[in-house]
Design a protein around this ligand. Sequence first.
Ligand code: PHE
Length: 442
Amino acid sequence: VKAPALEVDGKLYSVDDWTNVPASILSFLPRKLHLQPSHPVSITRQVIESNFPSPTYTHYNHLHPIVSVAQNFDSLGFPQDHPGRSRSDTYYLNKDTVLRTHTSAHEAEIFRDNKSEGYTISADVYRRDAIDRSHYPVFHQMEGARMWDRRKVLGGDVAKAVWKDLELLPKHNLEVEDPNPTIHPERNPLQAEHHTTEEAEAIAAHLKKSLEGVVVELFSRARNAAAAAGNADANAIEPLRVRWVEAYFPFTSPSWELEVFWQGDWLEILGCGVTKQELYINAGVPHKLGWAFGIGLERVAMLLYSIPDIRLFWSNDPRFLSQFSTLEKISTYVPFSKYPACYKDVSFWLRSSSSSAGGGSKANAQDFHENDVMEIVRDVGGDLVEDVRLTDEFTHPASGRKSFCYRINYRSLERTLTNEETNQLHDDVRKSLVEKLGVELR
Ligand code: PHE
């Protein structure tokens, strides 16, 4: 008997207990929005890339999304019990192979490649997640990194060389709020075996200055466009507010996130830090030191163009796509219409955890994960679902059984859905919940 296998791009992947990637997700692989010439994700990529010019930086834009667990997690020092490794968060082809969850999956191989002092990687990344207007199971990231080679620094003073490179970066007069947040050494130690304090400080300063430059460039383009269009939306022309906050990543120390104030909230747009020396050592370039960052391209594009729903990026509707023809001019997105929402609830019981009926079912209390519900809804409704929210959760006092109620908002971005259509979709969602999760509908 031939073992079952998944075929993707002409390659076979054996299937096992870990396999959880549905065909609907694999169908996104050929889209490559970051390479579509007049797509907002691609334009955003190109504007950011222009801040990281060659030959200092090499731009990688064609790396395949299927990677090993070793690339995505092990090579970056993710602990075995890191939640990112779980099947509820990550799409597995099999126990050794995943759809990359971030562009950092390629750091080690590019360090090993050792082509230039810096690089950017832009690519599609995949995560099992909630359904709402800012989350989609596929999105695009840009990774960037810059390195210095100790052996090539004249006089051996790396910190001084880094400060000199920093002086060459374009000047900006953005006043960053909280430019140096407190760093907690228990989470984000100085890599004292590898770096002097001066080296780590110089690298951090170069990192922050480089990324502040990106944000200034992006938002000045957006503001100029809004002003030129006489856009009355105050948020589009309000002065830019930016701050640094401490963060944690297994592969950088210290680590930060950059947040931008947008429509009343601080919004995280990128993560970054001083690259852990183990990565360079394991990649055979122990004499290098430097920084890395990862930025979400849809997040930035949504801010730049005022795009209200992440599903729009996947639309083939010319009313969306025709609005983004040039790289040079960023103009505020004009919504073509808002079609009516249709809310429908589904309530169900999980099987009690002691019951063994329906072997392999996920619907007992320990194995249940909300992302399984999200995926079933996406599988049936695709982009006709705007968001899914938990509206009620209840444990029966006598039996201990758990019940959930989710509210699904059916709304197309392109047309008005008929009652018949939404009833049919909701019916299919209900059936699929029973079939795939083994829940009992209420
Ligand atoms: N890979 C991280 C993420 O997806 C971002 C990151 C990249 C952080 C590089 C630090 C350095 O959240």
